[in-house]
Ligand binder design. Structure first.
Ligand code: PLP
Length: 413
């Protein structure tokens, strides 16, 4: 009998039997408040009845229709519906299965379209674990270590991580943009750069919201140098940050390519990229995608997810109850042990642990994460040194459930 790889078993201590809303129930009947949402995936909560019904109906109708040979209704309807929530200029969408695949598709599209070799990504960014996506990823030494040489063509520039630099946000943005300008004439000559790839909130890298001024600085430089601005919204889409897309916190700004996954289909594997039709048509037909991309059941679940997000006002809920979560977590965390910073945007909240000498404190982060799990609150760690604990509840989480989570966190601390 084959055993599960230790890589998996270490990461999954809870044996889950079923999920309902914001709760998971283990095989012994114990209830866990799931503030991981399957790493930001089950936006509508576990097994939302509308998502379940849509998927069940679709399973009995058509499970799979491969988009290079046939089109199906859920795929076409989803493309149409996404048109209602995407920036109007991003009027063409393409579907894949995972965030990593979509990141790679975006990079390939940018290279095809610009005929330029380099991609510029940011320190602490996370874009996935497949070979191409991992090459853009620096958060989490484990993703890169032992894998050298990484795939080439990526250059990294500093991210304006004000807390870690000990600067104000303005100082961090000024430094990061200056450094970027320096790199665009040295290590990454602008004429060779196809794309800037950025997360609207640094996700695995520590839940650091990207300052709108930095996004604007990137947009301005992208326009000046003919570089494409790629927003990796894998974790920040679907209302997670309190606006439908994370980049909308920089009012008026539109990326050239938007990458979406996670919250898109409430747990079914589905991802996508969006761009203008003009840009998208520069990819060679047949050069992108894969056998399972745009699966019919996943698309039906995504359509139901969009309905739920809109009908239940989940974007507003993430904004309002996300602020409540941030306030609550801050009020019970600040001043406790090595808690250094509490920050967040919408339903992405993190506590960063820092030793008195200013060095990151992953030991306490890991202990606090485990103590929370022992109290029935599921959280995740993250951060450049794994020294943060993060809260990513489903977008349906109510004020009472936020308070329940804060109380459990307080006990764990
Ligand atoms: N991009 C971002 C911003 C992510 O947070 C992740 C996953 O956490 C990915 C890409 C990779 O997505 P996946 O794990 O679905 O391949």
């Amino acid at each position: 009998m084959a055993q599960l790889s230790p890589v998996l078993t270490q990461a999954t201590p809870v044996q889950v039997a079923r999920g309902e809303g914001v709760y998971l129930y283990d095989t012994e009947g114990r209830r866990h408040l799931d503030f991981t949402a399957g790493i930001g995936v089950v936006s509508t909560g576990h097994c939302h009845p509308k998502v379940v019904a849509a998927a069940q109906e679709q399973v009995a109708t058509l499970i799979h229709g491969q988009y290079t040979t046939v089109m199906h209704q859920p795929l076409l309807r989803l493309a149409e519906r996404l048109g209602e929530v995407l920036p109007p200029s991003l009027d063409s969408v393409f579907f894949l299965n995972s965030g990593s695949e979509a990141v790679e598709a975006a990079v390939r599209l940018a290279r095809h379209a610009t005929q330029r070799p380099l991609v510029l990504a940011f320190d602490g960014g996370f874009h996935g674990r497949t070979m191409g996506a991992a090459a853009l990823t620096t958060s989490g030494a484990k993703i890169r270590s032992g894998n050298n040489p990484m795939m080439g063509g990526t250059v990294f520039a500093p991210f304006p991580y004000a807390y870690r630099y000990g600067w104000t946000e303005e100082q961090a943005v000024e430094f990061a943009l200056k450094e970027l300008d320096r790199q665009l004439v040295s290590t990454a000559p602008a004429a060779d750069v196809a794309a800037f790839v950025i997360e609207p909130v640094l996700g695995e890298g520590g839940y650091v919201p990207t300052p709108p001024a930095f996004l604007r600085g990137l947009r301005e430089r992208a326009d000046r140098h003919g570089v494409l601005l790629v927003a990796d919204e894998v974790q920040t889409g679907y209302g997670r940050t309190g606006t439908f897309w994370g980049h909308q916190h920089a009012e008026g700004l539109t990326p050239d390519i938007l990458i979406t996954a996670k919250g898109l289909a409430s747990g079914f594997p589905l991802s996508g990229i969006a761009a203008s039709t003009e840009l998208m048509s520069k990819a060679r037909p047949g050069s992108q995608g894969g056998t399972y991309g745009g699966n019919a059941v996943a698309c039906a679940a995504a359509l139901a997810t969009l309905d739920v997000v809109q009908e239940e006002g989940l974007v507003d809920n993430a904004r309002v109850n996300g602020a409540r979560l941030l306030d609550g977590v801050a009020s019970v965390s600040k001043g406790v042990g090595t808690v250094g910073d509490v920050r967040g945007l919408g339903f992405m909240v993190a506590v960063e642990f820092t030793n008195p000498d200013g060095t990151p404190d992953p030991t306490t982060a890991v202990q606090a994460h485990k103590a929370a799990a022992d109290h029935g609150l599921l959280l995740l760690t993250c951060g450049p040194y794994n020294n943060c604990v993060r809260f990513i509840p489903p977008l349906i989480t109510t004020a009472e459930q936020v308070d329940e989570g804060v109380a459990l966190w307080s006990k764990a601390l």
